[in-house]
Design a protein around this ligand. Sequence first.
Ligand SMILES: C[S@@+](CC[C@H](N)C(=O)[O-])C[C@H]1O[C@@H](n2cnc3c(N)ncnc32)[C@H](O)[C@@H]1O
Length: 229
Amino acid sequence: MTGAGFAEVKHVPVNQAVRDYLVRSSSPPDPALSGLVDSTRGVGEAAGMMVPVEQAALLTILTRLVGARTAVDIGTFTGLSALAIARGLAPGARVVTCDVTDRWIDIARASWERAGVADRIEFRLGSAARTLRSMAADTVVDLVFIDADKMNYPTYYEAVVPLLRPGGLLLADNVLLDGYVLDPELAEPGLPRRAAQTLRAFNATLAADDRFETVMLPIADGLTIAQRR
Ligand SMILES: C[S@@+](CC[C@H](N)C(=O)[O-])C[C@H]1O[C@@H](n2cnc3c(N)ncnc32)[C@H](O)[C@@H]1O
């Protein structure tokens, strides 16, 4: 960047105004996506778990770029990440999405139908660890999106590595955890602090893992993209 006032600027902090500008400068959500966002807002406080729309567009692009035939979405909630991944899939490909609860699955299914991708999405009720274990050792996975309980990120990561093909992507969400990964001691004692400690260790492990080429992006609550070598 050149010009008065910009010569020394190498990055811009992501505050709310910048975040809003990023969203306005990205493709607008279509009716299926914005309808899902509206339905999810109706579930109350839990709506905060939803992946934001700008991240949905990134998931679709990444899925398409790797030509994914088999994808795994860990943490379905109301189905936004599964929908975004399904949209980027090659014809005949599928995404397996799992959750410990089916409380929100009707909202998810309605949006998948509306978007015309329901036939590419397989929902499995149960823990992500069980879903990953149930995938045959010879299953070739092209993309995994981890967005469930933070304490188990290290477990999911270890389970996914043998399944992921060279060139495949491991995507981990909420890796900044509202900034608490910088200093987990600032998080509330108990689960929030343990989650921050776990994610901080997970981030360090992944960055040092030479089986992957890894980059962390400050999109939403932080997204790590790790490509299997
Ligand atoms: C942050 S939300 C997922 C958001 C979703 N990816 C989206 O696109 O909006 C996390 C979800 O993980 C689920 N979850 C929590 N523990 C889990 C586990 N052990 N296995 C699978 N899902 C789990 C929760 O029920 C919740 O729906």
